[in-house]
Design a protein around this ligand. Structure first.
Ligand code: ATP
Ligand code: MG
Length: 764
């Protein structure tokens, strides 16, 4: 059932049709959001197959995520039949894994090579840093790991870097050593990290032109979506696959492969991961015979939505101006809402979703709610849970399943209930305090031998009374065997830490205070803050969210105990884990219910993960200066420009209805902070907007305006230089959020007010 070539062109506009039927020279399609770039790629593949210009095996299509790849394959298959299944449609990383597995001998690898994820590589770097005797506090392993990643994206080998790093900068000198050691350790372990996948494939092609030639013979058509977000290594990889001058295929009789790339510089949002719009902007220099096709008609959104998005992006300088238009008419105005707080924002969105369902028959699956950073999902999740609205969080673990949240809760549980072995063991060596598996085993064995709890074993090791024991009874406690002196000292400190927290709780401090003390005194927070891993900045934000939950609880239940709080959290966390449909028993039924639920869920995601997608109804939340644009981007023009592109991506996901909301006050660490309106809101033409509420109650009192400034502002940070990516990889569609522009949470944000501080304040 091969679709007819004409049928594949039928519904396209002339520019799209030209792009689909073009043959020969490299083809660049640049166009704004929703103009059918991805659709053109899909139809172009189908057309190649339908006209017999290509066999499925000759096609290599690169998409940004595996999900996008699956969708594209599905659509091509729908257009041309099952032959579509034999094409290579994948991300850069998956394609490279396939090539390296096949060519492992030529690449100098064993076929069984393993792939290290970001956590694995950071662990390895940590080991190396320790072995080289580098002070990990001054030069963190994560900083090295990120720089190594950057170097690999630039195709700089350890030897090349060592040559360049003749410098007085100590970090760079160490980096040369660490990078070299890291590479040899990976080789010894028969492992590759994510960046290696691309770099090693490029190196393979360049070192073994015959291998490259084989792939060039095979792939006669190469198509790349979202080309604006390729990095240098990916750019070179594409060149090598195409062949021609300047590549390992230079001088070969084989004509270059047909290359089609599509993209939009205005949607480049991964600069922090090494992506460079140079690749799309200089395509015509790289491929002098290239043909460029511009698409101008938007088929996704209404004119109001486009006007808003165009207005926002037009403020970026140095871009090719373009104006998208649509035939679909103005559509509904963009709805705006100014909430008092993030909770109010979430409640309003929830009720608006109900209204859309009642009055317009909008289904949950038609709705997406976007936020700038993952931590913002919590307020939304809580309201959706309470309202019984089914939702799924894309690209992030649900709030209470996040590691740092579970760690923090484990501390509270251990304080509340000394017999909670599971929680105790979870935090015994979190943060690392030299109580590894051996120490844990010794304590566990002691407990088993003497029929006492893990917490009693800890007390015995610390030479302290077991809970409920007196000092004298403690004297007779048995020795804990198999504990080294250092470990014993650490167990004692751990015991004292917990006892201190229990004491604090018993003396009447609230949950939020105990939580703050636990995170502070354990060094948990300090470790995250000192880290250079952008993910750890996210963790701090999430803990700040948990603090807010605790503070809210405290405010609402002045008499509430720690046990009450933990019970409440368990209930929310539990309902968190239920599939929204619920009820099904058998495995198959459960799977079906899950799928049904999946289809009937509101989508919650960061703007980064929304790239390339579209939804009939979109809520863009947290439109505040300091949230979106992110506080860390405020001080630097280039980062602000990237935030603006991100806003353009957000607004252009909407097909029919677009909402923009902001909270006048947002809380972090229980500290309510006034947030000025996002500067992007100012750029949206007022005539396209319908404000349901123009100012918060506070702002209305003060006569509007946003003069409070933001305490989230630039807080000066040692992290400025770490514009590295988080631990995402493109084999994982749930990749981590964009963290490059995240503010370093030093100082104020992390400063937790304790009950004592407040008492002191009151006294003053
Ligand atoms: P983005 O920049 O966001 O990735 P895009 O340029 O890739 O957007 P597509 O996702 O391909 O745009 O298309 C946007 C929407 O417009 C899709 O729903 C697509 O099916 C529809 N569309 C594109 N071209 C046409 C057309 N000629 N006729 C009808 N619908 C079209
Ligand atoms: Mg697209």
């Amino acid at each position: 059932a091969v679709g007819s070539p004409d049928g594949l062109i039928a519904g396209l506009n002339p520019a799209q049709a030209a792009a689909v039927t073009h043959a020969g020279a490299p083809l660049l399609i640049i166009a704004g959001a929703g103009s059918g770039k991805t659709r053109v790629l899909t139809h172009r593949i189908a057309h190649l197959l339908a006209t017999g210009r290509a066999r499925p095996g000759e096609i290599l299509a690169i998409t940004f995520t595996n999900k996008a790849a699956a969708e594209m394959r599905e659509r091509v298959t729908a257009l041309v039949g099952p032959a579509g299944g034999r094409m290579w449609v994948s991300t850069f990383h998956s394609a490279c894994v396939r090539i390296l597995r096949r060519e492992h001998e030529a690449a100098g690898l064993r076929s069984t090579f393993s792939i290290y994820d970001a956590a694995d590589s950071t662990r390895l770097v940590t080991l190396i840093v320790r072995e080289l005797g580098i002070d990990p506090k001054r030069f963190t392993p994560k900083a090295f790991a990120h720089r190594i990643s950057d170097l690999k994206n630039e195709l700089v080998t350890p030897a090349e870097y060592a040559e360049k790093a003749v410098t007085t900068n100590p970090f760079e000198r160490y980096l040369a050593e660490v990078y070299t050691a890291y590479a040899s350790r990976l080789a010894a372990a028969n492992a590759l990290d994510f960046d290696d996948l691309i770099m090693r494939t490029v190196q393979l092609f360049q070192a073994k032109p015959a291998v490259a030639e084989m792939y060039r013979r095979r792939f006669r058509h190469i198509l790349v979506d979202e080309y604006q977000d390729t990095n240098h290594a990916q750019y070179v990889l594409v060149r090598e696959l195409v062949g021609g001058p300047g590549t390992s295929g230079e001088g070969s009789a084989l004509p270059p492969a047909e290359l089609t790339v599509v993209g939009d510089s205005d949607q480049s949002i991964y600069a922090f991961r090494g992506a460079t719009i140079r690749n799309i902007e200089e395509f015509e220099q790289d491929y002098p015979s290239a043909r460029t096709i511009l698409l101008e008609q938007n088929y996704r959104s209404t004119q109001n939505i486009l006007d808003a998005a165009n207005a926002v992006i037009s403020r970026n300088t140095g871009r090719r101006p373009k104006n998208l238009f649509t035939d679909s008419g103005p559509g509904a105005p963009i709805t705006g809402y100014v909430a008092d707080s993030e909770h109010d924002e979430a409640r309003w969105i929830s009720s608006e979703i109900d209204r859309l369902a009642d009055e317009h028959g909008v289904r949950p699956r038609d709705i997406a709610v976007f936020y700038r950073t993952n931590a913002q999902s919590r307020a939304l999740e809580e309201v959706f849970i309470r309202a019984g609205q089914p939702y799924k969080v894309i690209g992030g673990t649900r709030f209470y399943e996040r590691r740092e949240i579970k760690d923090a809760i484990a501390y509270l549980r251990a304080v509340d209930n000394p017999d909670d072995d599971v929680s105790l063991r979870r935090i015994l060596n979190v943060p690392k305090r030299g109580l590894g598996e051996k120490a844990e085993a010794a304590l566990a064995e002691h407990g088993a031998r003497h029929h006492v709890s893990f917490s009693d074993a800890i007390a015995d090791a610390a030479g302290a009374p077991r809970p409920g024991q007196s000092e004298t009874e403690a004297q007779g406690a048995p020795e804990v065997e198999g504990l080294a002196t250092r470990a014993r000292a650490q167990v004692t400190r751990f015991h004292e830490l917990l006892e201190g927290l229990r004491h604090q709780q018993a003396s009447g401090d609230g949950v939020a205070d105990v939580l703050d003390s636990a995170l502070d005194a354990s060094g948990y927070l300090a470790e995250l803050r000192a880290s250079d891993d952008p993910q750890d900045a996210t963790r701090v934000e999430n803990l700040a969210e948990l603090h807010s939950v605790a503070a809210d609880f405290q405010a609402a239940n002045p008499e509430g105990s720690l046990a009450d709080f933990l019970e409440r959290v368990s209930l929310v966390a539990d309902s968190d884990q239920l599939p929204s449909a619920g009820g099904a028993v058998g495995e198959e039924e459960a799977a079906q219910a899950h799928e049904a639920a999946e289809a009937g869920q509101i989508t919650l995601m960061t703007v980064h993960t929304a790239k390339g997608l579209e939804f009939p109804v979109v809520f863009v939340t947290g439109m505040e200066d300091g949230t979106f644009p992110h506080s860390r981007a405020l001080a630097e023009d280039s980062e602000l420009a990237e935030e603006r592109r991100l806003a353009y991506v957000a607004l252009t996901r909407a097909r029919e209805r677009l909402y923009v909301t902001r909270a006048a006050v947002r809380s972090a660490w229980g500290q309510a902070t006034a947030m000025p309106a996002s500067r992007f809101l100012d750029d949206i033409p007022p005539e396209t907007m319908d404000w349901k509420r123009l100012a918060s109650s506070m702002e209305a009192l003060r006569g509007g305006g946003t003069g409070w400034g933001s305490s989230w502002g630039d807080e000066g940070s040692g992290r400025r230089g770490s514009r590295s990516r988080g631990s995402w990889h493109s084999d994982d569609d749930d990749f981590a959020p964009p963290i490059g522009a995240r503010p370093a949470r030093t100082g104020k944000i992390g400063r937790v007010e304790t009950a004592k501080d407040r008492a002191a304040k009151r006294a003053a």
